[in-house]
Ligand binder design. Sequence first.
Ligand SMILES: Cc1ncc(COP(=O)(O)O)c(C=O)c1O
Length: 370
Amino acid sequence: MKPSIKPKNPCFSSGPCAKHPDYSIEELKDAPLGRSHRSSLGKGKLAEAIDKTRDILGLPEDYRVGIVPASDTGAFEMAMWSLLGPRGVDVFVWESFSKGWAGDIRKELKLDNVRVFEAEYGRLPDLGQADFDNDVVFVWNGTTSGVKLPNGDWIPDDRAGLTLCDATSAIFAMDIPYHKLDVITYSWQKVLGGEAAHGILILSPRAVARLESYDPPWPMPKIFRMKKKGAVNEGIFKGSTINTPSMIANEDYLAALNWAESVGGLPGLIERSNANLEAWEAFVDKNDWIHFLAQDKDIRSNTSVCFVLDLPEDKVKRLVRLLADEDVAYDCGAYRDAPAGLRFWSGATVETSDIEILTQWLEWAYNEVK
Ligand SMILES: Cc1ncc(COP(=O)(O)O)c(C=O)c1O
């Protein structure tokens, strides 16, 4: 039977992700449009975003938080180009974005003391292989495989190298031991359902020490430059962005942070995301034609939830189209490099009740196409 109720919000894309429930463009009415980002008003808004980020995440006080250009990619590339080189690099790869970082380290930065540990979609590589005398590069959550790190226990507190973590689809949804990470990046368009354009770059004091003591042999585009006269450019971490930011995107991020506070801050966000995963698990338990790509529960993502189906690829594609045509789930096909299947963003901005309604449609659509 075709279900009669549709999800309130059919946006299940894994980026840009769903806006928070009851989002309204009205929330942007205080954006300082047409004003300089260097005015006290503009700079104040950027600094507010930085301060709220620090508070909600509960970051260590000595970690720096900066707003940088070009979304998570900008933030992560900026970190790699500024910090990597003086030590060997271990890269852990288990989906397409981490594979991209490994490729950039080898082919663009042309570093040769690089080891890549790779696992197929749905699994994690052997984290025990990491040598923390090297710099270690990884994502916290593989957005395209639905596989997350179970914890940070494999990272020693007294490491010599730096840890660089792309946390874009994990932060605000998972417990992350910040002190294990020297670089943390993410974009506004993921877990909080903000707008793209800007990234957040978080640096530990050890990352700053590396920045100040090391000059890479390659040229540094202005957009990546975090140093002024040999020292870290502290302005970046107080709201003086490298170039002109979008004040409307910043206002949207502030609105997302306000919403995050209204649902209980970080614990509330994590709880919402976990409840979403539980709704999926209950559904998969009852249906033998759909399987999590991440079979091991410890490493199963509670944000980018990925599935394989007992259906040929063309029928999976038909199912994806059907769900979009019915306006019940948009953009829910697996990532282009991942095994054919489905991926539903299930971070905190997605309502559990919408997932429960969606599962009824999924069952219907499966029966339609099979
Ligand atoms: C793990 C990961 N890294 C990086 C990116 C790139 O993010 P952006 O497009 O915001 O730069 C994504 C986007 O989906 C991602 O999932």
